[in-house]
Every structure is written in structure tokens, then in C-alpha cells.
Ligand binder design. Structure first.
Ligand code: 2AM
Length: 477
């Protein structure tokens, strides 16, 4: 082969890998490509490469030989065993100082382990989140790299050009050591779960309580997407999904899709990690649970006849325009709460794991390319550059907007309860805000209960010290 050696190599030619390789090559970086199944690489090369500097390899040896030292190898393969299998093979072929980039959705603890192993062998490693789906990978995703900073010096210029560009800045930045990148990507997905669930609850209410047709709901989501409160990629695609009709039946396709959501695990990981770190993430948790519950279709069917929900009756229906206005505010708050939870989790993890995350930078690189991009993010970016302590719900610009949106959220959740429409995420947003704002919580009673049965002690409002009470009269003597 007489071309110059390639700036980077991409392993894994499923659609994400293909699109990322094409994106990188279109930015002028020659790109070697490899896939376990060679036919897939060949098909990609024949059908999709049109003059871009993309160079297919049939073997790993050939692939590595195509790369310019220090070699940069980006893995976009199924998370888990495939990543370890490729690292095992690459380590035998690469040289010390070469860089491995795992761009899949790896669990952050796997990334920590791989980075430690790579370090022992003298390789550089970046655990890198990539968000934006297939279109993002091709046209510019949000890229979240963490790991060896020296590795970022090698690959950063390529990744930054491949990333989405917003306000002249790349949606890609070195985030921190070890698994910082994959941790940030995991939390990104947790926020994504929460906002998707909230939007679905909004549709459910419009449809079931407001009696609004799916096509009209599409218009409402489209309208919301033009507003500061809700403009976001997820609002935009919700409008597009709701307006899509099935060719065979002519019905809105969403009405024909089974109501059993699937999940690949990143939402669950976010919840698990939040529980481990003791960070309250009720919206994300509820979104994960809602998907789990939805998968029990048989049990749901039997219980639905036992516990029919109080279906809306026409003379009890709310004013539609008012419902639409209230829901816009309620969904805005759900979004604010989801982001607030995600950033609190990042803040806590940053301290616990020593990531040294700059929350403002995280918000900045989420502004474009990724699934949770939203009109709120430029504001969050700005807020975190100023907030000390970093408490989003106390941001002076957000506070009036949150206060204005709280009564409508309260109305929406009450309405949903009245009509028996489950709104676990919107409810979690309300209960979370009410809990943060309550001043005094009933956890005093919990402390008393704990002390009663387990002598766990308590502290008092009126005096210093740690106390234990003889709760039962008989014991007091
Ligand atoms: P394949 O085309 O050979 O299946 C997404 O599944 C990508 O990960 C594909 O490129 C797929 O390669 C690759 N992949 C999945 N499991 C793998 C494994 N165990 N070893 C190597 N590659 C794997």
C-alpha cells in the first residue's frame, strides 16, 4: 500500500463506527478501519466510502501497519468482552506510547481497570463517551474523553474536529483522569432517561386527560421546541415521532408500538452509582424503574382489570389550553431537575474519584451533538462557571423561572393523580423540589424510630450533643 500512514484507526464497523470513521476522514484525517467480520468492512468500503481517505484492513496486523506512530486506535465495539478482546490483541501489536481510545459505552469501573492495565504496559488510554446516535457520529457528536492527558494531546485535535461545533467551540474536551469521560457519558444517559420519561408522561396526559389527538400532540411538542423552556433535541424528535404515520394503517406509528421500553444499562448504572455515592437522583431512578415496570406486560395486563384507572370523563376534563401551558412549565422543571441531579452526581463523583471535573465544561460540550442538547445548557454552562457551591437550583437566573413553574407542575401532578395517569418522573420532580425546599422534613420521625428499635441515637434542634431516649415507659424506670 503506498498511501501515507493513517492519522488514526477505527475498529468496529457497525453503523456508529462507520459513521465516526467517515466523519474523521471527512475532516481530512486518513483513517484505517477494521472489523472482526471482514465482509462488514468490505461492504462499508464499497458502499459508503466515496473518495474519503479511509483505508480498510483485513487483519489486525495490516491495520496496525497502516498507522502512523504514535498510533491512535479508536475502538467502537460492543461494550464488555469485545473491548477486552481487542485490547488483548492490540497490546501484542502496538508499541509503548501508542494510544487506545475506547469510544463505546463502557462501565466506568471497566475503564479504570483497563487504564491501570494499559499504564502498566506503557500504553496511553482514553475512555471516551460519544453521544449523538448515528447521525451525530457522522455529522459531529459530543465527545467526552477522560484518561491519560498525554493521550488527549495526541488524539484531541482529531476528536475536536470530528465533534459538533457550537459557538465556535468543539463539543469535546479533556474531562479528567481515569474514567472521567465514561462517567460523564453515563450521567448524560441518566439525564436522557429522565427527560425522555418526562416527555412521554407529558404526551400521556395530553392524550388521555386532554383528549388531544396524537397528531395535535405532535404540533404541541413542535411548538414547545421553539420555546426557551423546552427547546431541545429530545423535544424535537418527540414532535417528529408523534407526527409520523404508519404506511400500512395510516395511523400514528407511535400508537402501534408496544409499550415495553428496553434499556441497555447506562440508566441503571447511573442509578446504581448514585445510590453508592448517596446522591439523590429521583427522576433518573424513576425513569429507570418506569422502563423496568413497562417490560412486565403480562402482569400489567392482569392487574389493569383489577385496578382500572379513573378514566377521564368529559365534564371533568381540564381546559386544554391551560393544560398545554401548565405542562410546558412542568416539563421545563422536569428538565431542570434531571440536569440538577446529573450535575450533583458529577460533582460528588468528581470529589470521590478525583476527576477534577469542570461542570461548566461538561455543560459546554453537551450543548451540541448529543442527545440531551437543550436550550437550557448554555445557561447551565454559564451558571456553573459562577456557582459556588455548585447548586443549580439556587442559580439566581433560574430561581425565578423555577418559582414560576412550580404551581403549574403542582397542578399537573395533581391532575394526573386525579385521573389515574402515572407520572413517576413529573411526580419525582415535584416531590424532589418540595423536599429540597421543605426546610424541615419528617426525617426527625425516622431518627426517632431508628433510636426506638435500634438505639441509633439522634441529635436535637434545641441542644448540642448526641442523644438516646428510653422510649418505652417500662424501660424508663
Ligand atoms: P462484528 O461485525 O464482527 O459482529 C458492534 O456490535 C460492533 O462490535 C461490531 O463491529 C461487531 O463486530 C463488534 N463486536 C461485537 N462483539 C465482538 C467480539 N466479541 N469481538 C470482536 N468484535 C465484536
Amino acid at each position: 500500500m503506498n498511501q501515507e500512514r493513517c492519522a488514526i484507526g477505527v475498529i468496529g464497523m457497525a453503523v456508529m463506527g462507520q459513521n465516526l470513521a467517515l466523519n474523521i476522514a471527512r475532516k481530512g484525517f486518513s483513517t484505517a478501519v477494521f472489523n472482526r467480520t471482514t465482509a462488514v468492512t468490505e461492504k462499508f468500503h464499497q458502499e459508503r466510502v466515496q473518495g474519503e481517505p479511509v483505508f480498510p484492513a483485513k487483519t489486525m496486523e495490516e491495520f496496525v501497519a497502516l498507522l502512523e506512530p504514535p498510533r491512535k486506535v479508536l475502538l467502537m465495539v460492543k461494550a464488555g468482552e469485545a473491548v477486552d478482546a481487542f485490547i488483548g490483541k492490540l497490546i501484542l501489536l502496538l508499541q509503548k506510547g501508542d494510544l487506545l481510545i475506547d469510544a463505546g459505552n463502557s462501565h466506568f469501573t471497566d475503564t479504570d481497570r483497563r487504564i491501570a492495565e494499559a499504564e502498566k504496559q506503557g500504553f496511553l488510554f482514553l475512555g471516551t463517551g460519544v453521544s449523538g446516535g448515528e447521525a451525530g457520529a457522522l455529522h459531529g457528536p459530543s465527545i467526552m474523553p477522560g484518561g491519560h492527558e498525554r493521550g488527549y494531546l495526541l488524539a484531541g485535535p482529531i476528536l475536536e474536529q470530528a465533534a459538533a461545533q457550537v459557538d465556535g467551540g468543539a463539543c469535546c474536551a479533556y474531562l479528567g483522569p481515569r474514567s472521567a469521560g465514561h462517567f460523564v457519558k453515563m450521567v448524560h444517559n441518566g439525564i436522557e432517561y429522565a427527560f425522555m420519561q418526562a416527555l412521554a408522561e407529558g404526551y400521556d396526559l395530553l392524550h388521555k386527560v386532554g383528549g388531544i389527538s396524537t397528531s395535535r400532540c405532535a404540533d404541541i411538542f413542535g411548538e414547545w421546541n421553539t420555546r426557551e423552556n423546552l427547546a431541545s433535541y429530545l423535544t424535537e424528535i418527540t414532535a417528529a415521532v408523534l407526527s409520523h404515520h404508519d404506511e400500512d394503517t395510516g395511523k400514528p406509528l407511535v400508537e402501534l408500538i408496544l409499550d415495553q421500553a428496553e434499556q441497555k444499562g447506562t440508566g441503571k448504572w447511573t442509578t446504581q452509582t448514585a445510590l453508592d455515592l448517596g446522591v439523590p437522583t429521583p427522576l433518573i431512578n424513576q425513569a429507570v424503574m418506569a422502563r423496568s415496570l413497562s417490560s412486565y406486560s403480562g402482569k400489567r395486563k392482569s392487574l389493569s382489570s383489577l385496578y382500572p384507572t379513573p378514566l377521564p370523563v368529559s365534564n371533568d376534563s381540564p381546559d386544554k389550553d391551560e393544560l398545554i401551558k401548565d405542562l410546558e412549565q412542568a416539563l421545563f422543571l422536569a428538565q431542570v431537575c434531571a440536569f440538577s441531579e446529573g450535575f450533583q452526581l458529577l460533582e460528588s463523583a468528581s470529589g470521590e474519584f478525583g476527576y477534577g471535573l469542570d461542570l461548566s465544561t461538561v455543560a459546554r460540550i453537551w450543548k451540541g451533538g448529543c442527545i440531551i442538547r437543550s436550550a437550557l445548557l448554555p445557561h447551565i454552562e454559564h451558571a456553573y462557571s459562577k456557582l459556588h457551591p455548585p447548586l443549580l437550583l439556587a442559580d439566581p437566573v433560574l430561581v425565578p423561572r423555577i418559582r414560576e413553574a412550580l404551581p403549574p407542575l403542582r397542578k399537573v401532578v395533581a391532575l394526573a393523580a386525579h385521573h389515574g395517569v402515572p407520572v413517576p418522573c413529573l411526580g419525582a420532580a415535584l416531590f424532589s423540589l418540595d423536599s429540597w425546599g421543605a426546610g424541615i422534613l419528617p426525617t426527625n420521625l425516622i431518627q426517632a424510630q431508628r433510636d426506638y428499635f435500634g438505639a441509633h441515637t439522634f441529635r436535637r434542634r434545641d441542644k448540642e450533643g448526641v442523644f438516646h431516649e428510653q422510649w418505652e415507659k417500662g424501660d424508663a424506670q
